[in-house]
Ligand binder design. Structure first.
Ligand SMILES: Cc1cc2nc3c(=O)[nH]c(=O)nc-3n(C[C@H](O)[C@H](O)[C@H](O)COP(=O)(O)OP(=O)(O)OC[C@H]3O[C@@H](n4cnc5c(N)ncnc54)[C@H](O)[C@@H]3O)c2cc1C
Length: 431
């Protein structure tokens, strides 16, 4: 008997891989999860917030024991012009039913893999999968630097680049327009000062999206999350935009941090970490073929990201769970064929993953075509509206509003917004 043989091998101990491994381990099957990092999550980065709904399906009541930084109780959108800003803020009224939590991947991933091991999964850190082992054209195992491992089913959860899925023809090579490059800093600030600055209590937290200002006219978005005594701040930019504008992401981040509406939030904070990572743009046309004989693909490796709504970990966890359930079914049946594993795709189709990716198909392309309107014109008009509304001066109100309305008409804002509105309505109302 081959001692290096298990029922399932999962490559990658991020949210998708761990969810798959836990689902399989809980059913009593033998599952090995391997990751190249010395410690899970060590090199993984995200914004970020994890979402309570899908996370609790894998880790019930995780908020009682997991390393949470803060519960997100306020969502902000900063619309920047060169010097001014309009801030939209949504603060949740009800406590106790949290929707999202800020976390650090280094702590979070470590805790998650500990739960997988408790559930019975074998975990091999510091294990880089160099290639997949094929027999008669079917995947039967993995080659690592030290030894080979074999399994009836392999789940590829190895993240955005997934060279392994590409190597067996399940994933197309990513184009520059298919990925964003993200940079992030973690800035330290005494807890009380952080809470005063963001107007939050002990456990509450803020998640913010930042558009316009130095990021105007390009497909780029800033983000900010409050942690216990740190702030995660970063920028994500489409790779094709970076090349077109000959700009580096950290230059954009520096400029964003210096904006008069952002600088006071991070004043005197000390940089304690810097990281960068790629992310798929997230559209239905770009997803991988997610199953074949003896193999399934989950999470970022499959392209399951909803960039429009900053969702990734939740889709990763859900897809990992569905791949895990399919693996258990196939093992019980003793049939690892593509036909049996197609059940995974059927489950994905019934879930929000495929439904949302279909809704957002072409959305990024449409937003890119209208980027000047969204990141430059809207923030400018929003600021000018508030200026008109609030400036107590000698200009009669009628003249002021007339001037503002003429600017709105001349800017082409209405003409540009109607097609966007129609596009959004068609997407949502189409069956
Ligand atoms: C800047 C940024 C901000 C984000 N913000 C959010 C947010 O706020 N909320 C949210 O839900 N999502 C967010 N996301 C998206 C989210 O991080 C991803 O969707 C999610 O991490 C995908 O999980 P995964 O398990 O599929 O892949 P990953 O988390 O990338 O994990 C893949 C794992 O595979 C391992 N691996 C890769 N290749 C090999 C190999 N050959 N051998 C062994 N191991 C290998 C890696 O070490 C890694 O641990 C953000 C992403 C970025 C980049």
């Amino acid at each position: 008997m081959n001692t290096n043989k298990v029922d399932v091998i999962v490559v990658g101990a991020g949210p998708s891989g761990v969810s798959a491994a836990i689902t399989i381990a809980k059913s009593g099957k033998k599952v090995l999860i391997v990751d190249r990092s010395d410690a899970a999550g060590e090199k993984n980065m995200f914004g970020g917030a994890i979402y309570a709904k899908q996370t609790a399906e894998i880790f019930p009541e995780f908020w009682n024991s997991a390393p949470i930084e803060r519960a997100i109780t306020e969502q902000r959108i900063y619309m920047l012009t060169d010097a001014d800003s309009t801030l939209l803020s949504y603060r949740y009224a009800s406590k106790g039913s949290y929707k999202a939590f800020s976390v650090f991947r280094s702590k979070w991933d470590k805790w998650c893999i500990e739960q997988a091991v408790k559930a019975g999964a074998y975990y091999a850190p510091k294990t880089i999968v160099r290639e997949l082992i094929l027999e008669n054209g079917h995947v039967t195992g993995i080659k690592t630097d030290l030894e080979d491992f074999h399994a009836d089913i392999i789940i590829l959860a190895d993240g955005v680049n997934s060279l392994l899925a590409s190597s067996i023809g399940l994933k197309k090579e990513l184009k520059d327009s298919d990925v964003t490059v993200n940079v992030k800093e973690v800035l330290q600030l005494p807890k009380e000062r952080l809470q005063d600055r963001f107007n939050i209590d002990d456990e509450d937290g803020v998640a913010a999206k930042i558009m316009g200002g130095p990021l105007k006219n390009m497909f780029a978005m800033g983000f900010l999350y409050t942690n216990k005594d740190t702030i995660s701040i970063g920028v994500g930019v489409s790779l094709d935009e970076l090349k077109k504008n000959c700009i580096k992401p950290y230059e954009l981040l520096e400029e964003m941090k210096e904006h008069p509406s952002i600088a006071p939030l991070i004043k005197d904070a000390k940089i304690i970490e810097y990281s960068s990572h790629m992310l798929p743009e997230g559209s239905f046309d770009n997803i991988a073929k997610v199953y074949d004989n003896r193999v399934m693909v989950a999470g970022d490796a499959a392209g399951f990201v909803d960039n429009m709504h900053f969702e990734g970990t939740n889709l990763a966890m859900l897809s990992g769970k569905l791949a895990g359930e399919t693996a258990v079914f196939a093992i019980d049946r003793g049939d690892f064929s593509a036909s049996t594993l197609s059940m995974y795709y059927k489950k994905l189709e019934k879930s929000i993953i495929i439904k949302d990716l279909k809704t957002h198909n072409n959305t990024i392309a449409t937003l890119k075509n209208n980027i000047e309107t969204i990141t430059s014109l809207y923030p400018e008009l929003a600021c000018e509206f508030f200026e008109t509304l609030t400036a107590a001066d000698e200009i009669p109100k009628k003249d002021k509003y007339k001037k503002f309305l003429l600017k709105v008409i001349k800017s082409g804002c209405i003409r540009k917004t109607i097609p966007l509105g129609v596009f959004a309505m068609e997407k949502c109302l189409k069956r």
